[in-house]
Write a protein that binds this ligand. Sequence first.
Ligand code: IPE
Ligand code: IPE
Ligand code: MG
Length: 222
Amino acid sequence: MNQLNHIAFIMDGNGRWGMKKKKSRNFGHLKGVDTVKKIVSYAIKLKIPIVTFYVFSSENWRRPKKEISFLFKLIKRYFTDEIERVISQGIKINIIGDIKKLSSDIKKTLNETIELTKKNKSITVNLAINYGSKNEILNAINNTKKKTTLKNFEKKLYTNNMPDPDILIRTGGQKRLSNFMLWQLAYSELFFVKKLWPDFKSSDLRNIIEKYYKRKRNFGAI
Ligand code: IPE
Ligand code: IPE
Ligand code: MG
C-alpha cells in the first residue's frame, strides 16, 4: 500500500458557493472555515501526519480590498476564538508563505499560535498564507550558496524537510495549480474535484484516499 504522510488542499470555490446561496462571497469564506475544521478532525482520526491548506496566495492581493480584509479577519478570529480547541486536539500550526509582509496584528496572532502549538503531536497543519511557489523557490535560490544539493536546497523551501504531499486535492472544478507547491508536487497524486470547498465532506476525502491507495506510484521506475 502507498504510504500517506501528507495531503495538500487547494480549497477553491468559496466565493462561488456564497453567491450560489444568494449570499456573498464572504459568506462562502466563512463556511469554508467549517470545512477546514471538519477535514482536520478527520485527518487526525486517520492519523495523517501532515495536511496543508492553501489559504491565501500571493496573487490573491488582486482581489477587492473588502474581501481581503474579511479573509484576514477570519484568520485572526479563528486563532483567537479556537486556540483552546486547536491545542486540545493536539494540532501543530505551521505557516508557509511570506508572512513578513503581513500586518503586525496578523503576524502577532500567527506567531503566538505557532508558539502555543509547537509541541503538539497529533497532526501538523500547514497554512499557506501569502504563499506563492515561484517566490518560495526564488527565495530558496537567493538563500543558497553557489553549488548545492537537492537535499540542502529543499531545506530552504518553506516546507523545510517535510515530506512532499502524496496527494493534492483541488476543489472547485479548475484543473490548475495556481502557483501552489510547484516543487513539492513533482510526484504527487493529483485529484481535481468539482464540488466547491464548503461542500467538501470527510466522505469525499475518504473516497480520494481509497483511490490513492489503489494507484500505482512509479517514481520513474516500473
Ligand atoms: C478559495 O475560494 C479561497 C481563497 C482564494 C481565499 P475562492 O475565493 O477562490 O472562490 P471562487 O473560486 O471565487 O469560487
Ligand atoms: C487558489 O485559488 C488560491 C487559494 C485557494 C488560496 P484562486 O481562486 O486564487 O485561483 P485562480 O485565481 O482561480 O487560479
Ligand atoms: Mg477561486
